[in-house]
Design a protein around this ligand. Sequence first.
Ligand code: MRU
Length: 345
Amino acid sequence: MIKIVEWTDEGVVMIDQRVLPTEEIYPCYKTYPEVAKAIKDMVVRGAPAIGVAAAMGIALGAKTLPDTLEAFDQGFEKICQDFAETRPTAVNLFWAIEKMKLTLEACKRDKLSINEIKEELVKQAIAIHRADITANEEMGRNGAALMPNEGVVLTHCNAGALATAGYGTALGVIRAARSAGKNLAVYSDETRPFLQGARLTCWELQKDEIPVTLITDNMAGHFMKLGKIQAVIVGADRIAANGDVANKIGTYMVAVLAKENNIPFYVAAPLSTLDLKIKSGEQIPIEERSSLEVTHIKGQQVAPIGVNVANPAFDVTPNQYVKAIITEKGVAYPPYTETLAKLFE
Ligand code: MRU
């Protein structure tokens, strides 16, 4: 299995996803601001992986804090704040920060020493990492039955091992379905502007010898109409209580096309991606990224200097396009306002 984010005594080791697939390098990020910058700069990306990296970054930062409780508390708050400001859309980031805060609270209640607190925070970050892999494997088992026995599944962006602690959400379901004997191949949208589909999804599927065909984003409708695609499965960055799904920009377009062509559109995500505090997708903050991601590809200018650019990193797919939401606790079907809440019971 590829190592995406790993805790080591020296720091947090992460595969640098910006340079894949041409280079496979694993730098070590030794301070918490370095980990926070790595999240912002997309060294590590994908909602669950961002959460895991943030938890480890917080544990790393906490190790350097002073030994008096008041100073520790202040420093801890600042570290959490710095991580909260890295990327706004994936709720797994805020879920992980909250988990680390709750761990600190529990340690204080138990009157642990500062050194013991530091150790507990490291343990919690490692536990979050492990739990994410287990959740993905369970999600895979839950979703495999929904996949066709044979044919092509389209995916958008990268919701694979690289976007998680390992195995993947949407790609985890495809992996599990294939392990269960289903004869599935994948069509991967390239996913402009950051090319997660072309660079990352194709790379990890090729490594696993899962047949994959790369298409540009504007080809999806064409292949659906030709009957070449039997199902669509994507991941999510945040799912509202009513089942509206924020995911990589372009997902909405794929979901509408799938409905028009009578193709089931599935979302696979862990419970840490569900944000039941918000009623609908309208309340999900959408990250706007640098215009350079659109005007340039790998440093090569592809648009005139000075042109106006919009670069929202995510869009929201309304719940009526989503046939089912696959989680580690089971599969939710509409009406999502009822079924998603039940997953937490
Ligand atoms: O901007 P990114 O690469 O972090 O966006 C990633 C996605 O949109 C994924 O589809 C989502 O996080 C689900 S990952 C299991």
